[in-house]
Design a protein around this ligand. Structure first.
Ligand code: BGC
Length: 244
């Protein structure tokens, strides 16, 4: 399942193919997106499929140990220090639950089934949406909860300047936005010298509109391949790994 700012989406996942096994079900994220409200939405999606197996969920903030939410930049602040595994597990009648940062989940799926397949060295997936999410891999192994979207860029939180929400909020053209993304990527490159950047989030479908404007970054830059379903697939992969 993928918990986002606008929708709570989920589907059974075929872990061999890295794809959805059934058409996904989406319910609207309640506003405010409180823990109880979101848990109700998650239950609706699980009930839709009559699912009784392990459940993996993404969350748009730092999540430690598959359970504890530590930050909530773009969701209701009451999430901070919530034991999300206990919350969802309780609401789902005791199903085994694993919770993972949304960008980490997308990255895990992308490294196994998408643009990062068989890529060694340092690979960084960045998702551009309401915020900027990051997933850092070294030889295919994830360094979780890197939160590179909150690096400082020109005196501001980077995601406030360069997320795709910032593009909309400030009415930027693709070229103007690409200039900001370029500055951001150059900063991340200075810190990590990755071999590859994978650009995820909704904008990955529009890569031809902004990637040509990004020059001056040494690393290879490619769009994500799994697009909409990366979070759901990655969450399911994590849930399967956590099974006793
Ligand atoms: C959050 C990250 C999240 C990203 C994308 C950021 O504001 O701090 O944890 O991955 O947004 O949703």
């Amino acid at each position: 399942m993928d918990i986002g700012g606008s929708g709570i989406k989920g589907a059974p996942v075929d872990l061999d193919r890295g794809d959805l096994a059934q058409e996904r079900c989406k319910v609207l994220t309640p506003h405010p997106a409180t823990p109880d409200g979101v848990a109700d939405g998650v239950k609706q999606v699980i009930d839709h499929f009559g699912w009784t197996g392990p459940v993996g969920l993404t969350f748009p903030g730092v999540v430690t140990g598959g359970a504890m939410v530590r930050t909530a930049a773009n969701v209701d602040k009451s999430w901070i220090d919530t034991d999300a595994r206990a919350l969802f597990g309780g609401r789902l009648g005791g199903l085994p639950v694993t919770v993972v940062n949304d960008a980490d989940a997308a990255g895990v799926a992308e490294m196994q089934f998408g643009a990062g397949r068989d890529r060694k060295g340092t690979v960084i997936l960045l998702t551009f949406g309401t915020g900027i999410g990051s997933a850092v891999f070294v030889d295919g192994v994830l360094v979780p909860n890197t939160e590179l979207g909150h690096l400082e860029l020109g005196g501001h939180d980077a995601e406030k300047k360069a997320s795709s929400k910032a593009k909309e909020d400030h009415g930027l053209s693709w070229e103007q936005w690409a200039r900001r993304v370029q500055k951001y990527l150059a900063h991340v490159e200075m810190l990590f010298s990755p071999e590859l950047f994978i650009i995820g989030g909704g904008v990955s479908r529009k890569a031809d509109k902004f990637l040509p404007h990004i020059t001056g970054v040494k690393a290879e830059i490619v769009p994500a391949q799994l697009q909409n379903n990366a979070g759901i697939v990655g969450a399911a992969m994590r849930a399967a790994q956590q099974r006793p």
